[in-house]
Design a protein around this ligand. Structure first.
Ligand code: NAP
Length: 445
């Protein structure tokens, strides 16, 4: 035993678990079933002091005396040294974590929604008391990506993080790609199979992915990024025609979380400072891109750094046991710090890079148009792109019963320039409709 530690064979490390749902149940199971391994890995035993729930009368297979509805009292107990927050939501999780950290009790949380907006506040609460705040499970479940960004890559310069970080939407898009079914039908199937919640809004409209993008961008760029800084579009407008269009050009559609360093312009314009772009939207990606192979409810995150090059992290991004694995890794780290007197890295926001507005963000686009089948139309359409400074990479024309279909793929263009182009195209007499506008990512492969 370490002679400096207050913990050891006579003094175990007390753990409170807040929430015993999908994740909490597995955390409690592991703490109870792996006591000896955990003791060996930490140096002192981890002892479960109590579990906070809303409904204490539900049989959860643990002694009833461990259950409480008074989470505040549990956190405040003298024999609780570490708190695992897996109840979710903003309140009361925010107050409970704040109270624990202020009292010097380290916290492990899986709560992305809370962290996306309140990491600064929680990190400040942890500073004076030297408590740790760990949150590996908040992004991409079992996949280690938070710790690599905070620790392994702390000597490198990250330029880009691109991920599939929401299993529900990836399940839906993969199924639409495989079966050709439309969005509503696939969502209903995902709900039936338990991949989508009864109210799927947080997943399908991209809120969950945006919270994770905010966390990833904060870590990658040493800048505080909140959910409100993330440009967000969900997948609910993706149609089976979009999937067909994607397939026709060797692509599939994925909901991507993209965190990118946008190099600073010359000093005279913006002080030369890099900016960051953080966005979540469905995009076409080539089938040969590594993220295209991430199907079903799986998650993956690709990190591109100046010296490391490209790293890819892949695995189960949700589910009770996978998420509990990440929580337990953090719990062991926090417990070791108690035992050996170490400390987790605190929040790093020194870079304070400004957020680039989405209008300035350059992306390639795939624009589908229904047009009149007559000569000169192609020139009119191409002229509108040119007039707005959007350079065309390829154009494909197909005949159809209602006229002709034009599929235009652009080089990189600013969102605002593309939006103006699309508005102008819609006004052209020769354009019957702008059927879809999809972003194209990953073509630098
Ligand atoms: P869940 O199944 O809904 O469980 C929530 C638990 O918290 C329940 O046991 C509930 O008690 C308890 N609870 C809620 N409000 C409470 C309150 N005010 N006081 C006391 N107990 C309260 O949630 P989950 O799926 O385990 O998710 C937990 C957290 O992990 C969330 O932040 C989520 O975003 C995050 N996460 C989840 C996953 C996943 O795959 N599920 C993956 C990554 C991250 P009752 O049981 O009595 O209702």
């Amino acid at each position: 035993m370490n002679s400096r530690s207050a913990y050891g064979s006579d003094h175990p490390i007390g753990v409170a678990v807040l929430g015993m749902g999908n994740v909490g149940t597995e955390v409690v199971r592991i703490i109870q079933n792996q006591t000896e391994d955990l003791r060996q890995r930490v140096g002192a035993a981890l002892v479960l002091r109590g579990v906070a729930v809303r409904r204490p009368d539900v049989d959860r297979g643990i002694p009833a005396e461990l259950l409480t509805t008074d989470a505040h009292a549990l956190v405040a107990r003298d024999d609780v040294d570490l708190v695992v927050e897996v109840m979710g939501g903003i309140d009361p999780a925010r107050e409970l974590i704040g109270a624990a950290l202020s009292a010097g009790k380290s916290v492990v949380t899986a709560n992305k929604a809370l962290l996306a907006d309140y990491t600064g506040e929680l990190a400040a609460a942890a500073l004076p008391s030297r408590a740790d705040l760990y949150f590996e499970a908040a992004v991409a479940g079992a996949i280690p990506v938070v710790r690599p960004l905070i620790q392994s890559m702390s000597g490198d310069r990250v330029n880009r993080v691109v991920g599939i970080v929401n299993g529900t939407t990836n399940f839906i898009l993969s199924a639409m790609d495989e079966t050709g079914a439309d969005y509503d039908e696939t969502l209903a199937e995902a709900t039936r199979l338990g991949y989508a919640e009864a109210d799927p809004t947080a997943d399908v409209e991209g809120f969950d992915a945006a919270a994770k993008a905010a966390i990833l961008a904060s870590l990658a760029f040493h800048t505080r990024v909140t959910a409100a800084d993330v440009y967000r579009e969900g997948i609910s407008k993706i149609t089976s025609e979009d999937m067909e269009t994607a397939a026709a050009v060797g692509c599939t559609v994925k909901l991507l979380a993209i965190c990118e360093r946008v190099p600073g312009r010359p000093a005279a314009e913006e002080g030369g400072k890099d900016r960051i772009s953080v966005r979540v939207y469905p995009a076409l990606i080539p089938r040969k891109h590594p993220l295209s192979a991430v199907t079903g409810a799986f998650n993956a995150v690709v990190v591109e750094a100046e010296n490391a090059g490209r790293l890819m992290f892949y695995g189960q991004g949700a589910g009770g046991a996978p998420t509990a694995s990440a929580v337990m890794g953090d719990l062991v780290m926090a417990a070791r710090n108690k035992f050996y007197g170490g400390r987790a890295p605190g929040e790093s926001v020194y870079a304070e890079l400004p957020i680039a507005p989405i209008g300035d963000t350059p992306t390639r686009y795939h624009v589908n148009l229904q047009v009149a089948d007559r000569t000169g139309v192609l020139q009119e359409v191409a002229g509108e792109f040119a007039r707005h400074g959007v350079s065309i990479s390829t154009v494909r024309q197909e005949g159809s019963d209602e006229g002709a279909r034009l599929v235009v793929v652009t080089h990189e263009a600013a969102e605002s320039a593309l939006a103006d182009t699309v508005a102008a195209l819609a006004e052209l007499e020769s354009v019957t409709s702008v059927t879809s506008v999809l972003r194209l990512e990953g073509t630098e492969e």
